[in-house]
Design a protein around this ligand. Structure first.
Ligand code: PSV
Ligand code: MN
Length: 388
């Protein structure tokens, strides 16, 4: 039997981080469609993130991307966040947009360029300390396009050295999250293409290094819940960059393309008792809203994660274990499907009401006039986007 009160208590304590870059303009290589009211600086992005938290109650932090969110006073930025009721989350260095990085950043054959990239990583560790962030979140565009272009093995050594220099600078309070991506922008090899390579580096570094799973960064048929389960078993699942994809790294709203996959992933998290912050898994969104309004899209995404989590919490694990041990294949699968097919919107509406929030965050957001307010007040200046 499922205890609904304990399901609700868990849902109230789940935390989902939104990314500052979701509030800036984004697009494809074909076109960026600017939207009215888009944030012009990190302070305004934080206001948008705080708005998402105000209507959902479970998005109390915002990830930064440096230098997109560069400012000369990071403690002022952190104070701004706390005055609006949220915190600064993971700090994401950017070592992929400088012309020097044509052949890579920390894996570049040129030691001067490697040094420049490492210096930026160290700067981001300092920013993480200044903003009281919990994590340095690393993603590298490094790789090669052609067989023979560079030594695969030498690049791994360079990567290991850079990570180790950065790790030594972190102190005891930060987690290093190491993200991987199968392909793009490099098309022959990525230096961190998969969770196995990330895990090898994490293990060499120490317990504060963990793997970050971006749901859009796998081959199409990859069983993501399997690798999630494996990583969590060895305490190396640091967190997620949630988003949806149909084809490549589409960065669409989480839960929009394949809600059943999200449910299956969240079931592994529930099974490991890691939904709440003590579980040590960071639930972060990494999305770009190219055609849809951004703040509302982030609210919807947070709700989609909550729905998948609620369904995963409704799996009757005692009954499931019985069926599994008895070898009742169809019965076990039916218990799983039953939870996925449950309409959890009522439970979540109650959760919100009990938290003092509106039952329907989207309707409440639309009625609040926030979108109109930002469209009218954010006039002039340069809207934020990739590179700003
Ligand atoms: C790379 O595709 C990535 O997933 C990394 O997390 C970057 O930091 C982010 O996207 C930038 O949008
Ligand atoms: Mn990502």
């Amino acid at each position: 039997m499922i205890d609904l009160n304990s399901v609700k208590a868990t849902l109230k304590r789940q935390q989902i981080e939104t990314p500052s870059w979701a509030y800036g303009n984004s697009g494809t290589r074909f076109k960026v469609f600017p939207q009215p009211g888009v944030a012009r600086d990190p302070f305004e992005k934080i206001e948008d993130a705080a708005t998402v938290h105000r209507f959902t109650g479970v998005a109390p932090s915002v990830a930064l991307h440096i230098p997109w969110d560069k400012t000369d006073d990071y403690s002022r930025l952190a104070k701004h966040a706390s005055e609006l009721g949220i915190k600064i989350g993971a700090i994401n260095p950017n070592v992929f947009q400088d012309v020097d990085y044509r052949l890579g950043s920390v894996c570049n054959p040129d030691p001067k360029i490697r040094r420049k990239a490492i210096d930026h990583l160290l700067e981001c560790v300092d920013i993480a300390h200044e903003t009281d962030s919990f994590a340095l979140s690393l993603w590298f565009a490094d790789g090669t396009n052609y067989p023979g272009q560079d030594s695969i093995r030498a690049r791994q050594e360079r990567l290991g050295e850079a990570l180790s220099t950065t790790y030594s600078h972190m102190g005891n309070d930060l987690t290093m999250l190491i993200e991987y991506k199968l392909y793009e922008p490099s098309f022959y090899t990525m230096d961190l293409p998969d969770w196995g390579t990330s895990l090898i580096h994490c293990m060499a570094l120490g317990e504060q290094a963990k793997v970050l799973v971006d749901t859009g960064h796998h081959a199409l048929a990859t069983n993501i819940e399997f690798l999630v389960s494996s990583l969590i078993r060895v305490q190396r699942l640091g967190g997620f960059h949630f988003n949806s994809r149909f084809y490549g790294d589409d960065d669409l709203m989480v839960g929009s393309a394949d809600p059943y996959q999200l449910f299956r992933i969240m079931f592994e998290i529930v099974d490991a008792d890691a939904v709440t912050p003590e579980g040590g898994v960071a639930f972060m969104l990494d999305q770009c809203h190219n055609i849809e309004p951004k703040v509302q899209a982030e609210i919807r995404s947070v709700m989609n994660v909550q729905e998948a989590t609620a369904k995963a919490l409704l799996v009757d694990r005692a009954e499931l274990a019985k069926a599994q041990l008895a070898g009742e294949v169809l019965e076990a699968n039916a218990i799983f499907q039953e939870a996925f097919n449950t309409d959890v919107r009522g439970i979540l509406a109650e959760v919100r009401e009990e938290m003092g929030l509106d039952r329907d965050p989207i309707a409440a957001y639309k009625a609040s006039g926030y979108q109109k307010k930002i469209e009218e007040s954010r006039i002039g200046g340069t809207q934020a986007g990739w590179g700003a």
